[in-house]
Structures are given as structure tokens and as C-alpha cells.
Design a protein around this ligand. Structure first.
Ligand code: TXA
Ligand code: MG
Length: 320
């Protein structure tokens, strides 16, 4: 097939083609409000295997299942009152719920890496929802980048990272939120935060009360969220978070008002939502040979800052 038109605007025609490709077991990258996803038919082991191959993702790391409605989600997993409340409050939106998988759910075992739980969300993006409805199947979709690399918030990032490995990239423009969904495990009585993301912890706690924060890292043999490997979200250049000033040769990614020579600024006004939306694109932009490293200003550990700091810590972690 021709790759000339691999990136397409999400017209009706492109969406129809994307849905047809997905139903045929092919991979399609699509925008969500968080980051671009690499989508495959979540009911097909063969299609899902294609995701792991294209990303070079370890097979023990399960995928998020995207659906278009709460009714569809209920067919795949069991919702207790707390999960219902969360879904009603935050879906569509950047919250992924880890729930007990229903026996007989029509879902590839590979997609949830053989676990008894399944991670589900409804994305808050017109193109993604339209694609889900047209395809008529749940879609497994990790971030559309090589495993370990910086997540894509633009269609061009997807092409750079995965290029010819995907049948089609739907271009919905820059992602609004810019960091991945918050992953919350509600499969047991104690809710646990597995990955900080687009919905701040404080906001979730206002809905369901105290949440345990998972401090697991990959040093553990079996991390609670298997995707929380060290060294993730990493550009080629080393990343140095918490830097109040750059060292000679470093790029400086500032935050808020600063007297330092900023190469780029995540948010000149110190707005965390703006900083999250800019994070991955700016890390990509600064990943250039003229810099020895990317120094990043301290980011407050509240609201979306928690997700930003999590990604920076992993980008700075020892490389695999
Ligand atoms: O915003 C997002 O969530 C994006 C967009 C495309 O929706 N997707 C995304 O997927 O970030 P991915 O595969 O890069 O991250 C999925 C995370 C991983 O940390 C994985 O380990 C965790 O969710 N996860 C998936 N299924 C799980 C399960 N059953 N139990 C615990 N963690 C799970
Ligand atoms: Mg990812």
C-alpha cells in the first residue's frame, strides 16, 4: 500500500478508511486529548500483537482499551458504585480505570497481558470518538511512539517515531492535555494511583476520598502497573530535572518567569496545564546535537505538575 498519504486530515473519507483498516486488523494512529494513540482492534490477538511489534513494547506491559460509551465499558469490566461515580464524573476524559475484567469479555488476552484486570477509558476527543463509533470495536491504544521514547502530541511525532509501521495516521492537530491519562486502579477496595496524568490526584480525591499513591518502580519484579518501567519518555539527550539554571552546553527548559537564559519556556505565566500541553513537544524540539543535555526548571508537585514531574523523572532515569 502507498505510504504517500500516511498522514491524513480527519475527513469523513479518512475516518471511513481508518475504521476499515482497523477492522481488517491493521494499525491506525489517532489523536486523543492526551497524546496520539497507536490503535488496533482490541478483540483481535493478531491486531494487538501488531502494536507490541511496532512499538517494540515488552509483552508483559498491558494496553489501555478505548471505548465510545460507558455501556460498552460495562460489557468488558465490572463497575462498582465507586467506579460508576468516577466514570460519570470524568468520562470522556483523561482518566483510565483499572477494573476487574468480565469473564467472557470479547477482548484479546494479549491486550491486558493475561491479567484479570483491564484498563479502560473514553477519550475526550472528537476524532477519537468518531473513529471508535465507526469501527464499532474497542480499540487498544498505547501512546504512538517506540517504547521508552517521548510520547507524541503531534501527528508529525508519530511519523518520526513509527513511520512506515502504521497504515494511517489521522492528524487532529496538537493534543490539548499533552500528558497521558491518569491510571487509577479501582479493582480492589483501596483505590490506587498507578500513573499520575491528565486528571490531577486532588480532583479524584475530591470525588472518592483518599487514594493510595503507588510508589512502585521497575526495580520490583512485578510492578503494579507494568508500564512503569524506569527510563521512559526519554529523548536521546540526557534530561536534568529540577535545574534552577543551565550548565554550559545545556538547553534550558524554563517554567514561569525567570532570569535564566531560557531556550524554551513550558509556560511563561507558570500555568501547569499549559506546561503539560507543551512538555513532550518541547522535549522533542530541544533534543538536538548542539545541546549536551536538557535541563528543566523545577515544577511544583501539585495538580498537573505531578504528571509532569513523573515524566521528567522517568526521562532522566538510567537508560535501559
Ligand atoms: O492517555 C493515555 O492513556 C494514552 C492515550 C493514547 O489514550 N495511552 C497510553 O497508553 O498512555 P500506554 O500503553 O502508553 O500506557 C498504559 C499504562 C501503562 O502504564 C500500563 O502498564 C497501564 O496503563 N495498564 C494497562 N493495563 C493495566 C492493568 N490491567 N493493570 C495495571 N496497569 C495497566
Ligand atoms: Mg506510553
Amino acid at each position: 500500500m502507498k505510504l504517500r498519504h500516511a498522514i491524513e486530515r480527519p475527513t469523513r473519507r479518512a475516518a471511513l478508511r481508518a475504521a476499515r483498516l482497523l477492522r481488517a486488523g491493521r494499525l491506525v494512529a489517532f489523536p486523543t486529548e492526551t497524546v496520539y494513540g497507536l490503535g488496533a482492534d482490541a478483540t483481535s490477538d493478531r491486531a494487538v500483537a501488531g502494536i507490541y511489534a511496532a512499538k517494540r513494547r515488552p509483552r508483559h506491559n498491558p494496553l489501555i482499551i478505548h471505548v465510545a460509551s460507558l455501556a460498552e465499558a460495562r460489557r468488558l469490566a465490572r463497575f462498582d458504585a465507586r467506579a460508576e461515580a468516577l466514570a460519570r464524573a470524568f468520562w470522556p476524559g483523561p482518566l483510565t480505570l483499572v477494573l476487574a475484567r468480565r469473564a467472557g469479555a470479547r477482548l484479546s488476552r494479549l491486550a491486558s497481558a493475561g491479567l484479570r484486570t483491564v484498563a479502560i477509558r473514553i477519550p475526550d476527543d472528537r476524532v477519537a470518538l468518531d473513529l471508535l463509533r465507526r469501527t464499532g470495536r474497542p480499540l487498544a491504544a498505547p501512546s504512538a511512539n517506540r517504547s521508552g521514547g517521548v510520547s507524541p502530541t503531534r501527528a508529525a511525532h508519530v511519523r518520526l517515531s513509527l513511520g512506515g509501521r502504521v497504515s494511517l495516521i489521522l492528524d487532529g492537530g496538537p493534543c490539548r492535555v499533552g500528558v497521558e491519562s491518569t491510571v487509577l486502579d479501582v479493582s480492589s477496595p483501596r483505590a490506587r494511583l498507578l500513573r499520575p496524568g491528565g486528571v490531577p490526584l486532588e480532583t479524584l480525591e475530591a470525588t472518592i476520598g483518599a487514594i493510595e499513591v503507588d510508589s512502585a518502580t521497575t526495580e520490583e519484579a512485578r510492578p503494579a502497573s507494568p508500564g512503569r518501567l524506569l527510563s521512559h519518555y526519554a529523548p536521546q539527550r540526557p534530561v536534568r530535572p529540577g535545574a534552577s539554571e543551565p550548565r554550559a552546553g545545556e538547553a534550558y527548559l524554563a517554567f514561569g518567569r525567570t532570569n535564566q537564559p531560557a531556550t524554551l519556556n513550558l509556560s511563561p505565566t507558570g500555568n501547569l496545564a499549559e506546561a503539560a500541553a507543551n512538555l513532550f513537544a518541547m522535549l522533542q524540539a530541544l533534543d538536538r546535537p548542539e545541546f549536551s543535555a536538557i535541563a528543566v526548571a523545577p515544577i511544583p508537585q501539585r495538580g498537573l505538575g505531578r504528571a509532569i514531574n513523573d515524566r521528567l523523572k522517568r526521562a532522566a532515569a538510567p537508560r535501559r
